[in-house]
Write a protein that binds this ligand. Structure first.
Ligand code: FE2
Ligand code: FE2
Length: 293
């Protein structure tokens, strides 16, 4: 596997901002009342941003192999980098500045507050609101120098055949696992209906935050956090054969969460100062006084 130090700046940060990935997901899965772009139109759309996103996926699909994920887990799941209160971790996340246009892009904290506030407005339980608020906290990985394609992007199982329902599946041709007979069959290292808890997902902000919060939040919240970028399952149902009945029940929550993540982008930024006391209370109710990153 390539040493992280050997990646160029362009390979570490192919996107101008990590929001370019989310903007792209939004084009792929527009709001139900908006006309969907034809598949070909989506893929051929001639646009420099699209080329950037394509390059991001090329790197993601090439390097997210089973061994790569195991290495990232062994490193980051030691949680030996920082320890701080959750609100402070969100402010830390907000120091993630990139080349995006500050006039049109909401910052990380604003996206999280908007997601959470629309969940709150719909009268959902408070742990659901809290989940909306923290769901992208794992993006602090970027601040630890991680490549964008190991922080964001659609996630997918590793250790078995990559589904062609994953965006830009052709780029998996460069992934070493595609030639490894342990990993390149339909089930790979897994068994039929083994349950997602036994499946290793590609590495990114979803799995990282799940591991940080797994002892503290109700299970539906943990599913939302862990699988919110797993579009090839929650939108395309490509990995039904690995799921068990419990997963199927829990993915109802993932489906419930997804529209809040994708469609609650309001141009009016929420007032973080005003909302802080409410969210500090929610954090105190469910999470420990500090988290280890
Ligand atoms: Fe996310
Ligand atoms: Fe998000």
């Amino acid at each position: 596997m390539r040493d992280a130090a050997s990646f160029s700046q362009k390979e570490i940060n192919p996107l101008q901002s990590i929001e370019q990935w989310e903007d792209d997901v939004l084009q792929r899965y527009p709001e139900p009342n908006q006309p969907a772009k034809a598949k070909e139109e989506y893929r051929n759309y001639n646009d420099p941003v699209r080329d950037t996103v394509r390059e991001f996926y090329r790197l993601n699909h090439q390097y997210q192999s089973y061994d790569f994920v195991q290495e990232k887990r062994a490193d980051f799941l030691r949680f030996n980098r920082k320890e701080m209160p959750v609100w402070q971790a969100m402010e830390f996340l907000n120091t993630l500045v990139d080349d995006s246009d500050p006039d049109i892009e909401l910052d990380q904290l604003q996206h999280l507050l908007q997601t959470a506030e629309s969940i709150r407005r719909d009268g959902h339980p408070d742990w659901f609101v809290l989940t909306g608020f923290i769901h992208d906290m794992g993006k602090v990985l970027c601040l630890f120098g991680e490549p964008q394609w190991a922080v964001v992007g659609d996630t997918f199982p590793v250790g078995c055949k990559f589904s062609d329902k994953i965006v830009y599946p052709e780029y998996f041709a460069a992934n070493p696992d595609i030639n490894n007979e342990k990993y390149n069959t339909k089930y790979g290292v897994y068994e039929h209906g083994c349950g997602m808890r036994n499946v290793t997902m590609s590495w990114g902000h979803d799995e990282y935050l799940y591991q940080i919060t797994k002892d503290y939040l109700p299970e539906p919240a943990l599913y939302m956090i862990r699988y919110h970028s797993f579009y090839s399952q929650h939108r395309e149902h490509a990995y039904e054969h690995l799921m068990d009945d419990h997963d199927r029940a829990m993915f109802e929550w993932v489906n419930k969460f997804n529209p809040y993540d994708l469609y609650s982008k309001n141009p009016v930024p929420p007032n973080a100062k005003e909302l802080k006391p409410y969210y500090e209370d929610l954090i105190a109710k469910y999470l420990p006084s500090t988290v280890k990153l």
